[in-house]
Design a protein around this ligand. Structure first.
Ligand code: HEM
Ligand code: HEM
Length: 282
């Protein structure tokens, strides 16, 4: 299968898994649980799973893959950075409301706060995410930040972003399991009532969503063309022969296409490619 078709298949599957998980979490709280409300009771707690799945998992996942959407490769990097930052900010706002809901519910019902591993790791993930946002804006959106700082910070930004995303999926699985153990009494979780099976499926789909997002974001050949070009040059020694092996070259910008067509003029070509690579924006 052609490379761009594989990318579209992966993107479509990730979006489908994300949307299905949203439908399932809504169905869970609306049909099996007490619905949604803001009264300090269980209906207020239910905003917690809904907003964490919609915001912290789905929107964050979408924010991570925006640079990989082929139809945006012709757009300016600044626009894509604003979309990436905006989606992450929205995800952060929703998870904050999700935390207010669960703390409020605990306080109204006199349940202690922050006793579980789920709550420790969940709060740690939210705090790290906030730090990632502040550093991301400071490094990549403030115009005076030197390009050398941006380039040096980028690997840490990508690593910590993926680390937080994976942690959030693990935290959600813990929360789901806790809720099923606390919430199901007759029949119990171990007796596999329909709600337990339904919510287990939600957990499996969240893992699938996480796996697909991780796959998309870690494929070097699915990067934006200017970034991909730079990756190929740096990893394969910089000759234009190696560049023709790049699997999605057909997607590259007009400028690099032009350079490729004139590949018999080796010296000029190599210079131009290096120049393109140096023009990579952060
Ligand atoms: C409680 C974070 C997802 C179920 C908490 C608390 C935090 C937290 C910080 C402690 C609240 C307190 O002590 O008052 C997160 C984060 C999530 C997430 C960051 C993002 C994925 C979920 C999901 C569920 C869930 C999807 C499924 C129902 C629970 C339950 C509690 C709780 C049952 C109360 C028991 C406890 O404190 O462990 N969550 N949560 N959480 N969460 Fe989550
Ligand atoms: C790339 C995570 C906030 C700017 C990435 C990547 C991840 C990530 C995983 C790699 C994407 C890829 O390779 O396609 C996060 C998370 C954030 C966050 C979890 C919020 C908590 C921000 C903010 C900015 C920003 C606020 C500011 C504009 C960038 C840039 C890239 C990037 C410029 C490089 C894209 C590329 O050239 O391939 N981010 N990010 N990020 N992020 Fe963020």
């Amino acid at each position: 299968m052609e490379e761009w078709k594989k990318l579209l298949l992966a993107l479509g599957s990730a979006a489908a898994a994300g949307l299905v998980s949203i439908v399932l979490v809504l169905r869970w709280v609306l049909s099996f649980r007490e619905g949604l409300g803001w009264d300090g009771g269980p209906a207020e707690f239910n905003w917690h799973p809904v907003l964490t799945v919609v915001g912290f998992i789905f929107l964050q996942g979408m924010a991570l893959v925006v640079y990989r959407l082929p139809w945006t490769w012709g757009r300016s990097k600044l626009v894509m950075k604003l979309i990436h930052a905006g989606l992450n900010l929205l995800a952060f706002a929703l998870v904050v409301v999700a935390l207010v809901a669960v703390f409020d519910f605990h306080n109204s019902a006199n349940i202690p706060n922050m006793y579980s591993l789920h709550s420790w790791l969940g709060l740690a993930a939210v705090l790290l995410y906030g730090l990632q946002l502040v550093l991301g804006i400071g490094m990549f959106l403030v115009p005076v930040t030197p390009v050398s700082w941006r380039a040096a910070f980028m690997p840490l930004h990508v690593y910590s972003g993926l680390f937080i995303f994976c942690s959030v999926i693990a935290v959600a699985l813990m929360g789901i399991t806790e809720k099923l153990i606390f919430g199901l009494s007759n029949p119990k979780y171990k007796d596999s009532p329909p709600e337990a099976v339904f919510v287990n499926v939600l957990g499996v789909i969240l893992v699938l969503f996480g796996a697909l997002i991780l796959w998309i974001v870690t494929r070097p050949s699915w990067k934006r063309p200017s970034d991909q070009l730079s990756h190929i040059l740096h990893t394969r020694g910089g000759g234009e022969d190696s560049i023709t092996a790049g699997p999605v070259l057909s997607q590259l910008s007009e400028e690099s296409e032009d350079i490729r067509r004139r590949s018999n003029r080796k010296k000029t070509c190599r210079c131009k490619l290096k120049e393109l690579c140096n023009r990579k924006t952060y």
